[in-house]
Write a protein that binds this ligand. Structure first.
Ligand code: BEZ
Ligand code: FE
Length: 287
């Protein structure tokens, strides 16, 4: 292996993987080298560009700690996370679609009774969210768990603000015997993904905005069913068709129906005016 050329250097590197014990490691490394070499050839990467890329990745690494993961944000904003999610969550039509988990999930939210308010006294427009969890034939799934979290009306998760109550705007709910769930919250807002690192720099360099359309996150699970991580998006949000992390699925966009009735509001235990959202989730039985 001497005097390698533009033409044979890729093959020479791939040959060095010949004795890899794990066949999947071999497949992944071989493909990675093929595609990275093809990229370098296609753009004819210069010395300065190569060094810029190395420094970009180094800065991304320096941004990472136990709360911030700049590499995942990079994967999210380049659509890699969503492509991986689509490949790994192929489901028959009608089953609730998976979408991006994001960095703001915290386990350990409190289990609450139906109609509890996950927003506490956080300012915002009240919303009552309800519906059913069923199997693909429409039969109710009792005792399914909905783990819910969202940003405030100002677009911040509790973990982003040191003065916000821990586990604010988070809660767990169980479905009843008819598969029904219901809870109260506030209408979320669109918000920017963190833009103070190399990912923000990349978005600005290509003229992209950093916003995610308003959404509420869910992880649904039930015995005998595949769990699904998903989100409900607010119909009419200005960023539905330009989500910074490519997570919007049409089946997850819901109407927030506005009501102006003091009597109905009192019945729901919310202030007037308020919104209602109805959404039925469908889980796939374990195979
Ligand atoms: C989120 O929806 O919480 C999120 C997803 C990906 C990147 C940043 C935030
Ligand atoms: Fe989010």
């Amino acid at each position: 292996m001497r005097n390698l050329t533009e033409e044979n250097v890729t093959e020479a590197v791939i040959n060095t993987f010949a004795n890899t014990e794990n066949p999947r490691v071999k497949e992944i490394l071989t493909s990675l080298v093929k595609h990275l070499h093809a990229f370098v050839r296609e753009v004819e990467l210069t010395e300065e560009e190569w060094m810029y890329g190395i420094q970009f990745l180094t800065r991304a690494g320096h941004m990472c700690d136990d709360k911030r993961q700049e590499f995942i944000l990079l994967s999210d904003t380049l659509g890699i996370t969503t492509l991986k999610d689509i490949i790994n969550n192929r489901k028959p039509p009608g089953v609730t679609e998976y979408t991006i988990l994001g960095p703001f999930y915290v386990s350990g939210a409190e289990e609450m009774p139906a109609m509890a308010n996950i927003a506490g006294d956080t300012p915002g427009e009240p919303v009552v969210i309800s519906g059913r969890v069923t199997n693909p034939s429409g039969q109710p799934i009792a005792n399914a768990l909905l783990d819910v979290w969202q940003a405030s009306a100002e677009g911040f998760y509790d973990v982003q603000l040191p003065d916000q109550a821990e586990l604010n705007l988070r809660g767990k709910f169980r479905t009843d015997a008819e598969g029904r769930y219901a809870f109260r919250t506030i209408k979320p807002s669109f918000y920017p993904i963190p833009g103070d690192g190399p990912v923000g720099q990349m978005l600005r360099a290509v003229g992209r905005h950093p916003y995610r359309p308003a959404h509420i996150h869910f992880i649904l699970s039930a015995d005998g069913y595949e769990a699904v991580t998903t989100e409900l998006f607010v119909e009419g949000d200005p960023y539905l068709d330009s989500d910074a992390v490519f997570g919007v699925r049409g089946s997850l966009v819901v109407d927030f129906v506005q009501h102006d009735s003091a009597e109905k509001a009192a019945r729901y235990g919310v202030t007037n005016p308020f919104y209602t959202v109805e959404y039925d989730f469908v889980l796939q039985p374990l195979s």
